[in-house]
Design a protein around this ligand. Sequence first.
Ligand SMILES: Cc1cc2nc3c(=O)[nH]c(=O)nc-3n(C[C@H](O)[C@H](O)[C@H](O)COP(=O)(O)OP(=O)(O)OC[C@H]3O[C@@H](n4cnc5c(N)ncnc54)[C@H](O)[C@@H]3O)c2cc1C
Length: 381
Amino acid sequence: MIPYKSSWMDDELELFRKSARRFVQEEFVPAEPRWREQHRPDAEAWTTAGATGFLLTDVPEEYGGGGGTFSHETVFMEELAGAGVNFGSSVHSIVAHYILSYGTEAQKRDWLPRMARGEMVSAIGMTEPAAGSDLQGLQTSARRQGECYVINGSKTFITNGWHAGIVSLACKTDPSMPGAKGISLIIVETKDLPGFRVGRSLEKVGMHAQDTCELFFDDVRVPASNLLGPVEGRGFYQMMEQLPYERLTVAVSAVAVMERAVEITTKYAKERRLFGKTLFDLQNTRFKLAECATEAHIGRVFLDSCIERLMAGTLDTHTASMAKYWLTDKQCQIVDECVQLHGGYGYMAEYPIARMWADSRVQRIYAGANEVMKELVARGL
Ligand SMILES: Cc1cc2nc3c(=O)[nH]c(=O)nc-3n(C[C@H](O)[C@H](O)[C@H](O)COP(=O)(O)OP(=O)(O)OC[C@H]3O[C@@H](n4cnc5c(N)ncnc54)[C@H](O)[C@@H]3O)c2cc1C
């Protein structure tokens, strides 16, 4: 087979991939079992990644970022996913893009450099116990009092919640406005903030190395200047505008995991012996792996076209929703087939394919459940 090369890859990105791979293998892979046990990465993982230039790679250099494009983000995400490391740098990048798109110059200069250095880890605070897919029903309130907002409420399932020094918080600033209209995004700096509390790291089915937490706000006061955007009530529309970027980050890891699953399962099937031959010699195995490899390749080509369009500024919500739903569905199907081909070993946590299986499942739920994605696709038909 002639190896396929993504259209957006070039020599500079090949070098960047090499150093990202070395970084992930040397710095993250040895520490990852400890992260899984403690249910969060070490705080130093963030500052090391920042110091080595792997955070906010697509944020302009004048704000401390890498000055690259989404292709740099993609390469780092692929290396993390390929190594089976759960690290919330893509969520961190999503928050940076909220600030880049809607922040004032002063806000960008204040927060982005500290985020790029990994000194300040960021989180997205949208989901609440009673408002997930239906974000218009969120209850967390931010009441304006003089030069402050007073915030009350709680968020759940928040990635990077334990380490988060900065939260892009979706709140109701005008309870009298129905649905989306009264929602705003407010940046909350959490360090030594009275009334702010992080709950426990939630016990999950997979992604054990990632800190997924509840956040509580009890009369928390933040400067009114932390509002994102010129006026209140823009939060829902800001979230909708940024969704193609967020959805594509999920799609990138979906394809990286599919490709890795096919690769390690092919290797395993060629080594595993049964009935006097290898597992790979059985026609069922060959057909299953041929199907998985074909679907992973279709996924890669579709993803590459979405990446190109995102970088050109032409990726619409409908196509991004197609990518998020289809690629994560395929990820789960392919990884499940690969577990089956591993037999009992595929169910043992020490085997990477077992961890991929447990880690993959949530991809169909977060960043907008796949059913919501299909609704959005259908709306564009
Ligand atoms: C590991 C993990 C990390 C997360 N990280 C974050 C984070 O960093 N920040 C954050 O804000 N949130 C985060 N979330 C929350 C995530 O985005 C929500 O779980 C998701 O949006 C679904 O909301 P819900 O769990 O309330 O489910 P519900 O909204 O109660 O939906 C339940 C199910 O109903 C179905 N459904 C929903 N809407 C429709 C529809 N319109 N049509 C048909 N069927 C539908 C779907 O099958 C869906 O799975 C995370 C969740 C997990 C599990």
